[in-house]
Design a protein around this ligand. Structure first.
Ligand SMILES: Cc1cc2nc3c(=O)[nH]c(=O)nc-3n(C[C@H](O)[C@H](O)[C@H](O)COP(=O)(O)O)c2cc1C
Length: 318
């Protein structure tokens, strides 16, 4: 049982302290633990080249990113781990830019359904050349999410952390908000927070001891969405509500004195957190947005207007 801590904040500071406390809790429950600091790594932003998806669908390949940096290093750490405790400082209400880059870099290429499709194409067509999807992509993983902030500007942070787990199909068993801590290392003075972090880490290890860790219960704060426990809700033009994290949609209703999204079982079955939801998404891409339009041949002529309009400003470099 291996648990990896991913700390995305300042070296040795609040996020790292809380993630380490979580790892100590996991270790107490018998886990083998490791820590990686995102700030120690070089993770370039996604360029949108789509090589990962093309590799999965057209070559039944591994879906690995073609950019060369420390992505492969952290990918290997996650692939070998069973449990993840990931903590991000809150920057501008959300996760750090570096973690968002890691999410973009891992999203499409690590999408659980996309990887299953690649595996199936390879098996059905007896493809043996090139690199296949790593089998460890499919192992059941659990995660605890820690958002660490200095104020109450916090709303996008836990949904952002949750979104990072979505491609991997991790079972998020806890989400913790540690806010009103801003100065470096002050988290080590906050006994209540340290205790919450340790308990959360211990719970990750306990979840991994279950026969099916994907069925481990969620122990964090309940949100307005009963599927993913997020509080971040989008109100649509037709007065329905959509969970901004997992995408379930329904009427916003009051249940037991609390506002809730009233969704149907059919809608919940294809939430973005489910494998079926990811297959649904793959079908949408195939049938709509990635389906070539009838007038694709007009693009060169129509694009000519933009090709020669303005030269982008760039810094002068020696
Ligand atoms: C660029 C930047 C933006 C920040 N934005 C927020 C914010 O929107 N909400 C918040 O609660 N804290 C914000 N903070 C404060 C940090 O989240 C806080 O200091 C946290 O403890 C940092 O974690 P660390 O010590 O692990 O680096 C911001 C800090 C920085 C550097």
């Amino acid at each position: 049982m291996k648990v990896l801590g991913i700390a995305c904040g300042r070296k040795g500071s609040n996020t790292e302290i809380l993630v380490k406390e979580g790892l100590m809790g996991a270790e107490q429950e018998g886990a083998e633990v490791k820590l990686v600091r995102l700030q120690d790594l070089n993770i370039k932003p996604c360029t949108g080249c789509n090589s990962c998806v093309i590799d999965l669908f057209e070559r039944a390949g591994s879906g690995d990113c073609v950019l060369k940096d420390d992505m492969e290093f952290i990918d290997e750490l996650i692939l070998e781990a069973d449990g993840i405790i990931i903590g991000s400082p809150i920057y501008e209400k959300g996760i750090t830019g570096q973690l968002k880059s890691l999410n973009d870099r891992m999203g499409p290429g690590h999408d659980f359904a996309f990887r299953l499709i690649s595996k199936k194409i390879r098996e059905e067509n007896g493809i043996t050349d090139g690199k296949a999807v790593d089998e460890r992509s499919f192992k059941p993983r659990v995660a605890a999410l820690f958002a660490v902030g200095g104020s109450d500007w916090v709303e996008w942070a836990l949904p952002g952390l949750h979104m990072w787990t979505v491609p991997w199909q991790m079972n998020v068993v806890d989400k913790q908000l540690f806010n009103w801590i801003a100065l470096p290392k002050v988290a080590c003075l906050k006994d209540d927070m340290l205790e919450r972090a340790r308990k959360s880490g211990a719970n990750v290890a306990k979840s991994l001891k279950m026969d099916n860790p994907l069925e481990a219960p969620y122990v964090g704060k309940e949100g307005a969405c009963d599927v993913c426990h997020s509080d971040l809700i989008n109100i649509n033009e037709d007065n329905t509500a959509t969970c901004s994290m997992c995408g379930v949609k329904g009427e916003l209703v009051e249940k037991d004195g609390k506002l809730r999204i009233d969704y149907t079982p059919e809608v919940a079955a294809i939430a973005h957190t489910t494998v079926a939801g990811k297959f649904h998404h793959a079908d949408d891409l195939k049938n709509f947005s990635l389906k070539p339009a009838d007038n694709m041949h007009e693009i060169p002529e129509r694009y000519a207007k933009y090709a020669h309009y303005l030269t982008p400003e760039k810094p002068l470099r020696a």
